[in-house]
Write a protein that binds this ligand. Sequence first.
Ligand code: FEO
Length: 135
Amino acid sequence: MSFFQWKDSMSVGIDEIDKQHMHLVSLIDDLYNAMSQGQGQNELDRIFQELFDYTKTHFFTEEKHMFVHQYPGYEEHKQEHEKFVEKIKSYKETFDAGDQKAAVKVANFLKDWLTNHIMKTDQQYGPYLRERMNR
Ligand code: FEO
């Protein structure tokens, strides 16, 4: 069963970034699927590892393009990324300390990130970067 699927409306129009976002959507879907089978907590170690890898690669990619092309919202956008990393680190700490609700908390946080960051904040740089990257 699929809880989250990539939709064209999530696209920022830059292939490299869309592919990275697709990976996150599939990771969120994995977590919801695991939770629906009562396996959310068991999947969390892998999810955390993938999220840390994801943030390194993906945030670096976006920030590099925004910086190089002098995107006006660069600083604020970067701050949202930093908050994401801090939040995931703190969920990992509470999970390691035995928080039985960690999977639910991470799942809610990622759903919110998809709705409010990927589908809103990321969308804002789309036209700006597309225009400059294609020059
Ligand atoms: Fe796709 Fe700004 O994270």
